[in-house]
Each structure stands twice: as C-alpha cells, then as structure tokens.
Design a binder for this molecule. Structure first.
Ligand code: AMP
Length: 439
C-alpha cells in the first residue's frame, strides 16, 4: 500500500486521486531507498511504473510551504521529447496538491519561450540533454543548486550519442545530494562507465530486463536508406561505439571485401574472413583477431558458427541474416560466458520483413536506435500488419515460388515466450507494451 510508504500526505492524496492502489515492484523497491537518500541504479522498463519511482521521492524532498522560487532543485534528463513530456505530466499529476512547479526543455520547441520559462525558475526541470545544453551555453541555466539529478533511460541516452552532453550537464550539478539512474537494460561498457562516474555508492535494483537471446545481450536495429547509408553507419559505430572487439557480418563475400577495404582506407585496422579465403588465411585472421591485432573483423556466416572470441562485445549485421537460426548464431558470438554484448542490425526497407520475421521467431522486440548525426529518411514501413511486416508490399513472383528467405516460424523459440516476459514486471497485464519507439 502506498499509505505505508513514508510519503508526505499531499503526495499520498495525489496518489489516491490517481487511483493507484498498490505500488508496482519497481516503486516498492526504489521509493523507500530513494527516500533514505541513497543513489540508485535501477534497471526497469518503460511501463513498469518507474517514473513515479523517482518522481515521488523528489517531490517528497522538495515539498514545503509556498515561497518564491530561486533555484532549480531537481533535474531530470531523458532521451526523447515524448518521454520528457510524459514525465512532466506525471510530475504535475503528483504535485497537484503542492506548490512545486516543473518546466520542460526539449528540442523542437521555441527557444525564447523556454528561456522565459527558465527565468521563472521551476523547482524541477525535465528535458533532453541537447537543448538543455544550448540553454546552459546561452547563460539561461544555473544548475549548481540542484539537489537531485535523475537520468531516465540512460542506456538510450548514451545510444543516441548524448554521452558528452550528459557529462557536461552532470558537471554543472556539483552540489547534488542524490543521483538516480534508470535504464531499460543492464547496458554495455559505456553505461557501466557512466554509472561509476556519476553515482556514489549506489544501490542496484534489477527489476526486469528486456528479453534476451542470452543473458546480457542487447539487440538493436538502426534503419538505413540504402547500402551507402549502411556503410556510413558502420564507420560511425566502429569509431564511436565503446567495444573491445567487433564482428561485422555481411551476407556476401563481395560486401565483406568491400567493407573491409573501406575500413582499411579509413585507417581502421580490420581483418576479413569469408569462404573464398583459404583455410590458412582464415585461421591466421581468427588468431590475430583473438590476440587483439585488430578490434574489427568483417565476415560472412562462415565465421558465425562455433567461434568463441574472448572480449567480443559487439556484433553488427550489415545485412540481416537469412534466418532466425543464422541470427542466433551470429549474435551468439557475443555475450558469451555471462559477458555482456551488443548486437546491432542495419535495416533498409528490403530488410524490414526479414527482421520482423526474426523478431517473431525469437519472440522478442529489438530496440530501435537512431544515430542522430546519420538519421536517414527511412524509419520503417508506413503501415505494418499484425505480424509486424510491412503492409501493402506484394511478394515478387520469384520469391513466391521458392522463398528461401522465409524465417523458420515453426521452429522452437530460442527464448522465453512473450507471455512470460509480460508478467515479469508485475504490472499485469501491461498497458499496451510497445517496442521502444523509433525517434
Ligand atoms: P511508467 O513506467 O512510469 O511510464 O508508467 C507506466 C504507466 O503506469 C503510467 O501510465 C503510470 O501512470 C501507470 N502507473 C504507474 N504506477 C502505477 C501504480 N502503482 N498503479 C497503477 N498505475 C500505475
């Protein structure tokens, strides 16, 4: 019961008004610890009730009599406008019986209007890092009185290339007494580094995770307009992603050679592995890759089966593999022996249906990721069928006859069925659980 939590009566009144009967698991776990003042590192998905898990403790800390507002006392950073707007609404709902005010700063809104809002100094500021930093640079923001700093969907903020902005904003809050970091997944090296930097003796709460192929592997897709766009994405990922070793998979030898040539021309040391290479060369490439002679291996599926490479934490599918099993074999090269890994598939409109078949086969929904600097025009079909495939795309005659690309829908699922996943976070049934939205 919420009433058992040591929350201010005005907040309990709001909770009652909202007809929240029981705290969700993430709220039950996080609220008491946050109220005690601990830093928290929480893994919980959107839809688990995590917003209230940080909003209520913040309001409880800041609540007091009406007075002139002089300082921003809480800062909530999140990756997207939609999430920021949603969070503002949640704050306003919980703060309805208090004198606390919240403000919103996101891209796509009028800069001057935002500056005017900042002059009135909200108690709680919510927003995305890019625009927030612009206001800081323009001298509109003072954050040195911030008492609580929250990162929501921190993994996604890092994925979207906000690492530097987030670090800069964090440095602007040197007097904070509490930092709360939420993410939907356990994340990779970058998130681990961030956790170490920003949190002080945090309590770790692992509430529910995105379903995984193997424990610890995150699976993402990035949409691309065409093959050249994919090449640019590969270059970005290889130079910006934090990883120890990466394999880039292609479906053809020609593309493996081409990508390898590109990387080398861009001064990125790489090896290439495919069926046209003789056994000696293949073995030499694998050995040197294992020894760390290069961080990047470009390969066709030849390399997918059975390879166990220590420290391999990134798999990129330049092409989507032709079946769910091939996908599992490729992606299973990472996250071995309980390690963490990241699998990224690059998807043009030609790959979409194959990707959605593989999602269904695995009974998983891949995270949608956008690289800000390389955002293209294609972000998925305009309409999708219930199966997730593009609506209104006719099969070509040749495909209809002997469609080898079909994913093996009848085979045994490689991971937990969705019904189990849905019940993991205790909010049953979940309000329409969506795959992480494309930005
Ligand atoms: P969130 O994961 O914070 O985005 O929350 C998902 C949805 O669940 C939101 O619409 C919340 O208002 C709602 N919600 C959060 N906590 C509770 C609760 N304890 N009881 C009922 N609904 C809740």
């Amino acid at each position: 019961m919420f009433s058992e939590l040591p929350l201010h009566e005005r907040l309990l009144k709001a909770v009652e008004e909202l007809k929240f009967a029981e705290p969700t698991p993430v709220q039950a776990a996080a609220i008491p610890l946050a109220l005690q003042g601990h830093d928290l590192r929480v893994t919980a998905q959107t839809g688990s009730g995590k917003t209230a898990a940080f909003v209520l403790p913040i309001l409880n800390r800041l609540i007091g009599p009406a007075q002139r507002r002089v300082d921003i006392r809480a800062l909530i950073l999140l990756p997207t406008r939609e999430l920021a707007q949603q969070t503002l609404k949640e704050v306003e709902r919980f703060a309805q019986f208090t004198f606390l005010k919240a403000g919103l700063i996101t891209g796509g809104e009028d800069f001057k209007v935002q500056a005017a809002m900042l002059r009135k100094v909200p108690d709680i500021l919510i927003g995305t890092p890019g625009r927030m930093l612009e206001h800081l640079n323009a001298g509109h923001l003072e954050l040195d009185k911030v008492e609580v700093l929250v990162f929501d969907e921190a993994d996604r903020m890092l994925d979207m290339g906000f690492a530097e902005d987030v670090e800069r904003l964090t440095d602007e809050c040197p007097n904070r007494q509490q930092t709360l970091l939420f993410s939907a997944t356990t994340g990779g090296n970058a998130l681990r580094e961030m956790t170490q930097k920003v949190l002080r003796e945090p309590k770790h709460l692992l509430l529910n995770q995105v379903s995984e192929l193997a424990e610890g592997i995150r699976q993402q897709v990035i949409t691309a307009d065409h093959d050249q766009h994919k090449e640019a994405l590969i270059h970005w990922l290889v130079t910006n992603e934090t990883f120890q070793k990466a394999i880039i998979f292609t479906n053809t030898k020609a593309w493996a050679d081409r990508l390898y040539g590109r990387l080398v021309a861009q001064d990125i040391k790489a090896f290439v592995l495919h069926g046209d290479k003789d056994q000696k060369d293949r073995k030499a490439a694998i050995d040197r890759f294992k020894q760390g002679g290069s961080k990047v291996l470009v390969a066709t599926d030849v390399a997918a089966r059975g390879l166990d490479i220590e420290g391999l934490d990134l798999v990129i599918n330049f092409d989507m593999p032709r079946s769910g099993d091939d996908y599992v074999h490729r992606v299973g090269r990472t996250g071995r022996a309980g390690g963490e890994g990241l699998a990224i598939s690059l998807i043009t409109h030609n790959d979409w249906n194959l990707m959605s078949s593989i999602e269904r086969y695995l009974k998983q929904s891949f995270e949608r990721r956008v690289i800000k600097e390389l955002k293209g025009t294609y972000s998925g079909p305009k309409k999708v069928k219930a199966s997730g495939k593009a609506a209104g795309t006719k099969k070509k005659k040749t495909e209809a006859k002997g469609d080898k690309k079909k994913a093996p829908a009848k085979r045994k699922p490689a991971s937990k069925p969705k019904s189990e996943l849905v019940s993991q976070d205790g909010l049953a049934p979940l309000k329409k659980r969506k795959a992480p939205a494309a930005e």
